[in-house]
Design a protein around this ligand. Structure first.
Ligand code: 9MR
Length: 372
């Protein structure tokens, strides 16, 4: 009898300890989502330079994956044909390694923020050699350190056809398999992605699928598709996001949600007859929340993030990584695009680096899962 009571007491203790672990306050995105997918952020130059220790600490506490927002684009990393600048990228990679993070490289072949010398090449062999040198030098330098790469970024038009770029002009569509092949030859173990925006739009989605299939048919490896999540409060619909995740996954590749942010400001394109080049800076209509976000929108914003993450969790077997395009509202590119100088609120941390209701809404999803 005495023994029985003793065993029961031990058992109760074990059960209680388990409960205690489960209700222990979850204290970061990365610990909350650790069994689901990597959770990442884009880092700007100041963050890579670790200028603000509070931001540095926040990044390592909350995120287990990082992407460089700008410094690895060709105009910065390969500014002249014969010279590379790896100073900041080396720091970025060292920072990721120190914190044991999944490091994503953005981006190798992109028509924008393109090193100007690329555009001067008119000969196909010369351009192919330049692409090979560009990709192999960069991917090779970080072999075994950078875990995945956006090999090609934004190669598609909205109707799913290939965008007119210097690469397409000189090499035709062969530049696409070529880029993936060179990246594979430089590091066979890093994951190779195609990354683009509006990937939930039907025509563009079909174009992306055609393009990836053509690369795969040549026996060239594509590991994943990055769906840039530059989304709004209403659009794209959860159904469209879900259909896209499923369609891309059916190509046998991983899906990453990249560049996630939710724009809460009105779009000039929704105004009938609006000219984006017009000067909207002083317009109250286009910059409605210069001081703070009204509670009603804050609530809607939190619900939107919750709905999106609920979907991501549902498809966690297909999603390897979810990356926000920045840490806090103050640094977001959406304060300056498509209209300069607005006050936007697209991320999970506010201008004072405090987590917003949207942050709690994501954590709450997991707490709910655990208590079920
Ligand atoms: O966030 C980036 C911003 O700081 C740059 O000025 C801009 C230049 O095009 O690029 C932004 O990041 C883009 C990313 O590299 C590719 N997808 C679209 C992103 C937003 O424009």
């Amino acid at each position: 009898m005495k023994n029985y009571a003793y065993v029961m007491a031990i058992l109760l203790l074990i059960v209680n300890c388990k409960d205690i672990n489960e209700i222990k306050p979850v204290n970061s995105l990365k610990s909350t989502l650790k069994d689901n997918f990597y959770i990442g952020t884009a880092m700007n130059e100041s963050q890579i330079e670790e200028e603000n220790p509070v931001v540095t600490a926040l990044i390592s506490k909350e995120f287990n994956s990082i992407t460089a927002e700008n410094i690895m684009k060709s105009m910065f990393i390969h500014p002249a044909k014969a010279s590379f600048d790896f100073k900041l990228t080396d720091k970025f990679v060292a920072l990721g390694e120190k914190n044991n993070m999944f490091i994503h490289g953005h981006t190798l072949i992109w028509h924008s923020q393109l090193a100007p010398w690329f555009t001067e090449i008119k000969d196909s062999t010369e351009l192919a050699n330049a692409i090979e040198h560009h990709i192999k030098t960069i991917v090779g330098r970080y072999k075994g350190k950078i875990n995945s790469w956006d090999v090609v970024n934004e190669a598609l038009n909205e109707d799913g056809t290939l965008r007119k770029t210097v690469f397409l002009d000189v090499l035709g569509e062969d530049y696409l398999p070529m880029a993936f092949k060179f990246a594979f030859e430089a590091d066979a173990n890093t994951e190779l992605y195609y990354n683009d925006y509006n990937m939930t739009h039907e025509e563009k989605r079909n174009g992306a699928i055609r393009m990836i299939k053509r690369i795969q048919e040549k026996g060239i490896k594509v590991d994943g598709i990055g769906m840039q999540g530059h989304w709004g409060l209403e659009k794209p619909s959860i159904e469209d996001i879900e259909k896209s995740i499923l369609d891309y996954a059916s190509l046998g590749v991983k899906v990453a949600i990249t560049e996630l942010d939710i724009n809460v400001l009105p779009s000039p394109w929704d105004l009938v007859g609006a000219d984006v080049n017009q000067n909207f800076e002083s317009s109250k209509k286009m910059n409605p929340y210069p001081e703070n976000l009204p509670d009603s929108i804050q609530t809607k914003f939190a619900k939107r993030y919750q709905d999106i993450f609920k979907l991501f969790l549902k498809h966690q077997d297909k999603i390897g990584r979810v990356t926000f395009w920045g840490v806090n509202d103050g640094q977001s590119w959406l304060n300056d695009w498509p209209i300069k100088g607005r006050t936007n609120y697209p991320l999970l941390f506010d201008r004072e680096l405090k987590p917003k209701a949207a942050y709690d809404s994501i954590i709450a999803l997991k707490l709910k899962q655990r208590s079920n």
